[in-house]
Write a protein that binds this ligand. Sequence first.
Ligand code: ZN
Ligand code: ZN
Length: 374
Amino acid sequence: MSATVTNSNIYQERYQRAKEVMAEKGIDYLFIGPGADLQYLIGTPGMDNERMMLMVIAQKGEPAMIVPALEKLATSKYAGFFELLDWTDAEGPQGRLHQLVGSASGPVKAAVGNQLWSMFLLELQKVLPDAEWSRASEVLKALRIIKSAEEGQLLKDAAAIADKAFTDIVKLQFSGRTERELMGDINGLLLKYGQEKMLFCIVGSGPNGAQPHHHTGDRVIEPGDVVVLDFGGAYKGYCSDMTRTVLVEGGTPDPDFEKVYNLVNQARAAGHKQARPGVSCESVDAAARQVITEGRYGQYFVHRTGHGIGMEVHEEPYIVGGNSLTLEPGMAFSIEPGIYLPGRFGVRIEDIAIVTEDGEENINLSTHDYVRVK
Ligand code: ZN
Ligand code: ZN
């Protein structure tokens, strides 16, 4: 468990805001299990396993958390104004659930965390058989989608670690080594520069780069390969996510590499140029996509342009066609266009943008020109 935003008043404010949104939407209960929502509300993600750990925010009731007895001490450091109701392995959590919500009568509206295990939802449904269920994101999206200045700074700190690591990554030996060996080195560099936890690392070399989420494997990197590097981790609870595409010296690079790289880089720049308050998420996707479509590679840009980022690597807002949500200052998201040519190679470039009062700040500072590696 690791601390995140340090200002303790912030959790009181978030709790009040959550209750306000619950009132607006007529939601009686909000049930949150371990994970990013919990971390947002009390500063720790909790312990995610088969023992029920459940935050209960009731519209008419005091803030409480059901915790396994063995987690009580660790949780009490974060729980603040939440009352901790513990249960032992021999007792099980059902008694605590009844204590908190068993007296609810008639139909109630309950919202559950998107990542709450279904086995816990089934227990809740036994205690509240007449409830109407919805997703907690209905309540928490409105809060988590706008980053405070302190949260924005933590995202910048996480991005700066990725940038620092990249200056060393391009000095690594690529040719003759496996993708997995490179992944080990990249993970090590991110941890060295202060990342607290690695979340993912994609090394997609040669034809493997044509799969956007390639599972880094045993392929030996060759001279002339195009290599997609996409990595991220968490720093004080906030995530980094950056992609660069490099070219291995020597060999015979694909003749279309330069053209494709430049197109992706122009699409990236067009996305950033469009991102500002008052425009829609889908317009940022369209701005980036238009460059690639006009370059006649539209069919090879097979995913959305970006995703929100914060305590989770993928969260709201999604930068995708069909999302008419309007950008506001404090929203943070990736802009990561790519072109993927099956059997040949892929190119993706990804930075994180934070919307400001009059535009956006690109918080990844590594070069956007492709780097030649050994
Ligand atoms: Zn990424
Ligand atoms: Zn991403």
